[in-house]
Design a protein around this ligand. Structure first.
Ligand SMILES: [Zn+2]
Length: 317
């Protein structure tokens, strides 16, 4: 998602960029920044931009063209370290944090400050977060740590309190659509609004998906949910399939669909009891939290679908 060039315009991140530049100019930059933007809103792009700002020596830094900038973008800047979750565990682990601390203690190749990006920071497991505390307080060699997260509340308070917050705002739908159309000229036929409805306010995530395919997935999911409500859905088979491919997107479609039923209920359309819908919505929200965990996905799907099927059956009686 950091394939965007350093001079990309992401209007909703501009205040954060300006705040960073002002802190840097005033010498008020701390050791650790909590970059509050999800990857789909450009959090990692912003961290990369900050890193380039630190390494680029041109007056209009980051210029995007010099060797320092190009190295940052290519992931080849030796003084820039990046911590990501380990593939299988989906976590950032204590040995990674220890390795980082050891790396930061070595002299910077370029003679300046080292920079470390941790993304997404909410994936630090508890031991890793504890091990990070000392580094956050006094990073060896005056390093700058950038913790990127769209969900800062999932980080331990001890970690949050040791970071300076760099807040960004959430882009509006209109802003996101305008931005997406500018990124993909000739995409006027693409229903970006539908993609954002499924993905949430995450324009970079929308840019990365096949919007047409997403619309198809949404229609398919909604059809199946209607079938579940009339007792005509093979729940086990569907849950098995949805648990395997496109789990997160299916859950997003389900959440959106239930929320829409609740709005209908609010407008006076009866049929299904609202408490049951709220319960199904809770299941779906819980299921969303499991997207990046080893939890049994087909089982999680089955729970939601059975809830919808039984509540519909109860309403028919
Ligand atoms: Zn540069």
């Amino acid at each position: 998602m950091t394939a965007l060039p350093l001079d990309a315009e992401l209007p909703w991140l501009r205040p954060a960029q300006e705040a960073f530049t002002a802190s840097l100019a005033a010498g008020r930059l701390g050791h650790a920044l909590l970059v509050q933007a999800s990857p789909g809103q450009g959090g990692e792009w912003l961290a990369t931009w900050i890193a380039a700002r630190m390494f680029c020596r041109k007056p209009a830094a980051p210029c995007g063209a010099c060797l320092d900038c190009r190295r940052v973008v290519a992931g080849e800047q030796p003084d820039l370290l990046t911590l990501r979750p380990i593939e299988d565990s989906k976590e950032i682990r204590i040995d990674q944090v220890r390795e980082l601390a050891a790396e930061l203690a070595l002299t910077a190749h370029g003679g300046g400050r080292k920079v470390a990006i941790l993304a997404p920071a909410e994936r630090l497991n508890r031991n890793a977060a504890n091990a990070l505390l000392k580094t956050l307080e006094e990073p060896p060699g005056d390093a700058l740590l950038l913790l990127v997260t769209g969900e800062p509340w999932r980080l331990p308070v001890t970690v949050q309190s040791r970071c300076t917050r760099l807040r960004s705002r959430v882009p509006s739908d209109d802003e996101s659509v305008a931005w997406l159309q500018a990124q993909r000229p000739g995409s006027s036929a693409v229903d970006w609004r539908a993609a954002l409805a499924v993905l949430g306010p995450q324009p970079l995530a929308a840019l990365a998906v096949d919007a047409a395919g997403l619309a198809g997935l949404q229609r398919d999911t909604e059809r199946a949910l209607q079938d579940a409500m009339t007792g005509g859905l093979d729940v086990v088979e569907t849950a098995e399939r949805w648990g395997k491919d496109e789990y997160a997107l299916r859950v997003a479609c389900i959440e959106r669909w239930i929320a829409e039923r609740l709005r209908e209920w609010g407008r006076g359309k009866r049929g299904v009891a609202a408490p049951a819908l709220f319960e199904a919505l809770d299941h779906a929200r819980e299921a969303r939290q499991w997207a990046e965990t080893p939890v049994n996905k087909p089982l999680a799907m089955e729970r939601i679908l059975w809830r919808l099927a039984t509540l519909a059956a109860a309403a028919r009686r």
